[in-house]
Design a protein around this ligand. Sequence first.
Ligand code: AMP
Length: 433
Amino acid sequence: MSFENLNLPEALSKALQAAGYTEPTEVQATAIPPAMAGKDLMVSSRTGSGKTASFMLPALARILAARAQPQNPANRQRGPRVLVLCPTRELAMQVAKAASDYGRFVPGLRVATIVGGVPYGAQLAALRGALDILIATPGRLIDHMGSGKAQLGQLEMLVLDEADRMLDMGFIDDIRHIAAATAPQRQTVMYSATFAGTIGGLAAELLRDPQRIEVSAQTEAHGDIEQRLHWADDFAHKNALLDHILTDRAVDQALVFTSTQRDADWLADRLHEMGHSVASLHGGMPQGRRNRVLQGLRSRHLRVLVATDVAARGIDVPTISHVINFGLPMKEEDYVHRIGRTGRAGRSGLAVTLAERRDSGMIHRIQRFTTQRIPAATIEGLEPKRAEPRPLPPRVAAPGHKPGGKTFGPRPGGKPFKPAGKVFSKSGPRPAR
Ligand code: AMP
């Protein structure tokens, strides 16, 4: 399958060429044709699979088609044709970047981002002008709708990105409210890891005769992710393990996860005192500072970022070589999101989990969810004094029950985690060190 089969407008093919993409990923190959035909879609495909382009390219094609009909009175509209709702500011920024990257040859493309935590002024100015694509987090968009500044009556396409996450964050009524303000004949595409329960109900409310697309993990845009588990006797031991790992020269850039915002600040301070170029990133920080931190990571001024789950969502920095779980996630699927921050753009990555004995329940749940054992490892001189907790007996799956990993099937233990079978890399393989 090549991009030519997708019959994309010239301006988009040129942008893909400029981005160095040679062939569509699976989600792009399966979702772009029905999306371009105007169908509603329910898509399950993880971050890293190229899903952003799978909705952005059809959205841009729609805008180009409208540009080609200058006489059409609809072209005088001010409100956006396309609205993308995202759970977090970081993801919204990333989608906005994709819109300008893939839309770089779309003449006069107007994209605005409306997210919380930033001053209203610039957003109001963006909303006053004519708009093609609006990318927003639900809460702030609702604010602008309330004051009459955001008009959605002429919306042609609504995209719900990471809809499951938006529901987790309590946005369901906001999404309903936003959808109700749009034209009922709009096209709606919804991306979610699962469509079970409430999320399926919301899909039934918002989508018309949708096509379901589920992309297996075999085609994600990831390289190999090797996983390791270090058992720590106590908190001090965990810190010593982290310090040892971070001094390894193989660490290009590391993303260290903590369970709470306070831990993130505390750990970043501690590592800073040790001389690391480090910063924390969490939802309690003002947006300006969060942007500067991410910029520092991209420009390599930072080598270590200490982050919480929500803040790290959507971070796409290909030079992150290590993900370190210093505090375990609250939910097992967050483990998969976390480790997917490394092994980007076809490179390989290492995901290290530091666990105390009291974390063994969560370790077990993660292993059940991913249907993989995380191989235990030790560091010479820092071996745990206490024996490794015994693995819990395997649970017999109920008939029809697929093991927790909704997005990828069982694989033999000990093998590198590879959300992406197919490696397509813009920057080529990681050079040997
Ligand atoms: P996403 O799942 O949208 O977050 O995309 C993950 C990464 O894959 C991003 O860095 C994209 O730039 C990259 N990507 C998306 N589509 C392709 C493609 N067809 N070929 C190569 N890289 C891609």
